[in-house]
Design a protein around this ligand. Sequence first.
Ligand code: NAD
Ligand code: MG
Length: 404
Amino acid sequence: MNRGRRMVSVLGSTGSIGVSTLDVIARHPDRLGAYALAAHSSVDTLLAQCIAHQPRFAVLVDEAAAESLRARLPDECPTQVLQGEEGLSQVATAPEAGVVMAAIVGAAGLPSTLAAARAGKTVLLANKESLVMGGHLLMAAVRESGARLLPIDSEHNAIFQCMPVDAGATPSLKGVSKVLLTASGGPFRTWTWEQMAAATPDQACAHPNWSMGRKISVDSASLMNKGLEFIEACWIFDLTPAHIEVVVHPQSIIHSMVQYLDGSVLAQMGNPDMRTPIAYGLGWPDRLTAGVAPLDLVATARLDFEAPDEARFPCLRLAREAATRGGTAMAVCNAANEVAVAAFLAGQLTFTGIPAVIEGTLERADIVEPTSISVVESADAGARELAAELVAEIDARKNTVNLA
Ligand code: NAD
Ligand code: MG
């Protein structure tokens, strides 16, 4: 192994962020290498990635899928196949991997992200749900182990780039007055509530600017993605909800902004391509080529801004209220959303049923202090049960719940 190379464990390598991460790594064979690739059960994609990137380890959480990958790997491939949560944790903490890309989708990413943070890794954080759910634990682990957390979510990466270099956990002391979190508005930005009530999963996943996995695509359509990002920004930059303003910017050219006390507003811009924040994280503090086309401002021509409409998009309000309430409210909000989105994608819930399930779950759940991972996990599990009951109730009422 070349000593100067940064070796990366890519958790969620077969997903949208994982594939973009491997694309950037492959552009810099002298500086970067894939140490381990991990996914849930996609054998075909992981097999092709192992042949192309020759990692030391490949992990499939699903044991039957891991067995099948093991049988199909060609003899000349140096990759050892691991399985289960133990395999994930092994590659998230291995001494040979200095960098961990946390790109598993949903609450399932929390244990491995936390393990990487506790092991003092440079954690490239795409998995926003782990921070929403266990922000308190994850940020404490980063502080205690000396891990470095670099945000990959495009908005948080933009904010990170626009913050004063030495802001640390106290941006307000460095003259920051506000963070302006931009949102594209998603595919339903101009739709009425009635139109959204009849929306199909494919319509919700047809994002105007970004190509992403289906869960985050639905979150973008409901604005829950912005709600989760609101909470994510509070944790990463140690901000209170009052410090963050959401601005709808349909072109997704400005990825977010930081406003200073003197009236200056710094924005980070670029074409909407996740390889930009991924390359920023992989190369930090250096800049690397990412295969992203340069921004053509003349062709872009205009940048528009509008206020978010929380009457049509209640998910944004629900997430903000969960952030203000604190404790396990954020984990409950996240878990209810995961259940509601899965039900919507499976055709069991209307699109407008998603906020109804989240609001009902937040009303019924007990909110406690998130003192340990087991407290957070039991809040998550309890919220999933409540949310599943609400999905069934709403389904039984033929989806007539209307929050507007
Ligand atoms: P995706 O659905 O395309 O990929 C998810 C990956 O996670 C796959 O590799 C899958 O095998 C793996 N996975 C799923 N469940 C797992 C489990 N239980 N155990 C282990 N692995 C599991 O998702 P994505 O769009 O790449 O998003 C990944 C994360 O990054 C999400 O948290 C999302 O919010 C965040 N994110 C994505 C984008 C984007 O442009 N796609 C942008 C910002 C943030
Ligand atoms: Mg984002």
